[in-house]
Design a protein around this ligand. Structure first.
Ligand code: XMP
Length: 531
C-alpha cells in the first residue's frame, strides 16, 4: 500500500492513479491524519501531494518531522516537497520567480535514483510561487530549472525524495518514469497490482461480505453498474438479480444493450421494468433542469423499490414452495438481501473530503438511493478508478460497447432536451444522437473524446431553407469534450470533415432539425451537460 497524503489540490487523485498505473496499490488520505494514524496503515511508501497553499501561510497544512524519521520511503511533490524540506531543516522562500506551466529541467546528478533512465534535460510541469532555496542537510540536489536551483532532492539512506514539479501530469516528460523510479528503486516496491489481482480480490471480498445472502443490482446501462454486477455475479452466481428500469431517457440501442448483450455476456438474471410512460407523465409540463432531475431521481427510486420488493417477495415464495411450507414461514425479509452499487473511488474520496464543495448541479446517479436504506450496500468498485473499472470489465468479458461507453448522466436525455421532455422530442434527439455517435465511431474518435452530449434546444426555433421551402425548426448542439475526470474539460477540436458529415446527416435525416451548432466552451465556465 502506498499512501498519497492529500494537501488539498486536485492532484492527489491523479497521483494515486499514476501509482496504480505503475501496478502498485495506492490510497488517498487527508493531510490532517496524525503521524500515528498514517503509520498504523503500514504503508510501503508515502507520497505527499501538491497543494494550494504557501508553506508559510497561516493555517498551512504541515507534516510532523516524525513522519520522516519513521523509516517509510517518502516522496514529496510540489507543496509536499516544500513541506518536507521545511520539516527537515531546509529553507523555503519566496524567491520572486514563480513558475507556471512547461519548464526546462536539468538533471545535475548522474547517480540520481529519481532520474535514472531519463534524459539530462527534460520538460516538466511547474506550478509554484515559493521555492526551496536550500535542501535539508545531507540531501543531494539532483535537478534544477532556470528559476529554481533546488528542483529535486534525494537521500538514498533515509529513502526520502522530492521534486518541485508535478510528475503526475501528462505534460511532464518522464513523469511516470520518475514516479516509478521512486516506487521501485527508492522504496524497493515490487509491482503486483494487476487486473487478475483486482478481480480476485474483489470477488473474495464480495463473497465474504454477502455470505449466504442474496443481492440485487440496478443496471443503468453504464459501465459502472455493469461491471459491479458482473463482479458480484462472478462471486455469488445466481443469487444475484439485476433490475433494469427503462425510463425511456436512454439513447438509441442502449436498453437493448442491457437486455441482450449484457445478459448474454454474464448470464445474469434480469428483471426489466418498463416505466417509460410513468416518467413521461411525471415530466409533463416541466422545463426547469433541477426540477427535472428531482423528478427523475424520485421516480427512479420509487420504481426501483417496487421492483426490489417484488423480487424479495417472489424469492421468499419460491423458497417456501421448495420446502413446501407456508410463505409466512419465510417472511420476505430485506435482511437476507444486499444491494449492489457501482460507487467509484473518486466518489468515496470526494464524499469523505470534508470541506463542502459547491453544489453546482444535484447529481443523480441511477441507483442513487435514499438514506433510509433497508439493505446492506455492496460496493465492489469502491477502490477503483474509472479506467480500472473498464479494464476489469474487459477482464470479465463484457462487450466493448458497454465497457467503453462514454459517461452518460443518470437523468439521461431528460437533461439534454432544453425545455419540456416529450416523447416526440426524445425521438428527435435519439436520432440525432445516434448519427453523431455513429460518425464519431466511424472516424475512430471514440477513445479521443471523453463524451459528446448532443443537446436539443427544444424551445428555440430558427428559420432555414430546405428544398425550395422555408423551414422553422430546432437547433441541435454538439458538445464534444476532452477530459480526464469530468471535473474540468476542454472542447474537442474535431476534424471539420467529421463535423460536416454529422451536420449534413442530422439536418437531412432528422425532421424538424434545421441547424447544427458546435459548443466551443471549456469547463469551467461551462459544465459538460447543458442542464
Ligand atoms: P457536468 O455537466 O456537471 O457533468 O460538467 C460532469 C459529468 O457528470 C455527468 N453528469 C451526471 N451523471 N447524474 C450522473 O450520473 C447526473 O445527474 C449527472 N449530471 C452530469 C456528465 O455527463 C459528465 O460526465
Amino acid at each position: 500500500l502506498v499512501l498519497v497524503i492529500d494537501f488539498g489540490a486536485q492532484y492527489a487523485q491523479l497521483i494515486a492513479r499514476r501509482v496504480r498505473e505503475a501496478r502498485v496499490y495506492s490510497e488517498i488520505v487527508p493531510h490532517d491524519l496524525s503521524v500515528a494514524e498514517i503509520l498504523a496503515k503500514r504503508p510501503a511508501a508515502i507520497i505527499l501531494s501538491g497543494g494550494p497553499s504557501s508553506v508559510y501561510a497561516e493555517g498551512a497544512p504541515s507534516v510532523g518531522a516524525e513522519l520522516f524519521r519513521a523509516g517509510v520511503p517518502t516522496f514529496g511533490i510540489c507543496y509536499g516537497f516544500q513541506a518536507m524540506a521545511r520539516a527537515l531543516g531546509g529553507v523555503v522562500d519566496k524567491t520572486g520567480t514563480s513558475e507556471y506551466g512547461g519548464t526546462d529541467l536539468v538533471v545535475g546528478e548522474p547517480a540520481s535514483t529519481l532520474f535514472a533512465g531519463t534524459a539530462p534535460a527534460q520538460s516538466v510541469w511547474m506550478s509554484h510561487g515559493d521555492s526551496v532555496v536550500a535542501a535539508p542537510e545531507g540531501f543531494r540536489v539532483s535537478a534544477s530549472t532556470p528559476g529554481t536551483p533546488v528542483a529535486a532532492f534525494e537521500d538514498d539512506e533515509l529513502r526520502l525524495y522530492g521534486v518541485q514539479y508535478h510528475p503526475e501530469v501528462m505534460h511532464s516528460e518522464y513523469g511516470q518514469k520518475v514516479l516509478e523510479n521512486f516506487l521501485y528503486r527508492g522504496a524497493g516496491i515490487t509491482p503486483s497490482w494487476t487486473m487478475v489481482n483486482i478481480v480476485d480480490e474483489a470477488v473474495a471480498s464480495i463473497r465474504a461480505q454477502v455470505g449466504e445472502r442474496r443481492a440485487i443490482c440496478g443496471l443503468s446501462g453504464g459501465v459502472d453498474s455493469a461491471v459491479a454486477a458482473a463482479l458480484v455475479q462472478r462471486a455469488i452466481g445466481n443469487r444475484l438479480t439485476c433490475v433494469f428500469v427503462d425510463h425511456g431517457l436512454l439513447r438509441k440501442g442502449e436498453a437493448e444493450q442491457v437486455e441482450k448483450d449484457f445478459v448474454a455476456a454474464t448470464g445474469v438474471a434480469l428483471k426489466v421494468v418498463d416505466a417509460r410512460r410513468r416518467f413521461l407523465d411525471a415530466l409533463a409540463g416541466v422545463s426547469d433542469p433541477e426540477e427535472k432531475r428531482k423528478i427523475i431521481g424520485r421516480e427512479f427510486i420509487r420504481v426501483f423499490e417496487q421492483a426490489q420488493a417484488q423480487i424479495v417477495e417472489q424469492s421468499a415464495k419460491q423458497a417456501a414452495q421448495d420446502e413446501r411450507q407456508e410463505p409466512s414461514a419465510h417472511s420476505a425479509s430485506f435482511s437476507d438481501w444486499c444491494l449492489v452499487q457501482g460507487t467509484l473511488y473518486p466518489d468515496v474520496v470526494e464524499s469523505g473530503g470534508g470541506a463542502g464543495t459547491a453544489n453546482i448541479k444535484s447529481h443523480h446517479n441511477v441507483g442513487g438511493l435514499p438514506d433510509d436504506l433497508e439493505f446492506e450496500l455492496v460496493e465492489p468498485l469502491r477502490k477503483l478508478f474509472k479506467d480500472e473499472v473498464r479494464r476489469v470489465g474487459e477482464e470479465l468479458g463484457l462487450p466493448a460497447e458497454i465497457v467503453w461507453r462514454q459517461p452518460f448522466p443518470g437523468p439521461g436525455l431528460g437533461i439534454r432536451i432544453v425545455g419540456e421532455v416529450t416523447e416526440q422530442r426524445l425521438d428527435l434527439l435519439r436520432e440525432a444522437d445516434a448519427i453523431a455517435r455513429e460518425e464519431l465511431t466511424r472516424a475512430g474518435l471514440d477513445r479521443d473524446i471523453w463524451q459528446c452530449p448532443v443537446v436539443l434546444l427544444a424551445e428555440v426555433r430558427s428559420v432555414g431553407v430546405q428544398g425550395d421551402g422555408r423551414t422553422y425548426g430546432h437547433p441541435i448542439v454538439l458538445r464534444p469534450v476532452s477530459s480526464e475526470d469530468a471535473m474540468t474539460a476542454d472542447w474537442t477540436r474535431l476534424p471539420y470533415d467529421v463535423l460536416a458529415r454529422i451536420s449534413t446527416r442530422i439536418t437531412n435525416e432528422v425532421r424538424d432539425i434545421n441547424r447544427v451548432a458546435l459548443d466551443v466552451t471549456s469547463k469551467p465556465p461551462g459544465t459538460i451537460e447543458w442542464e
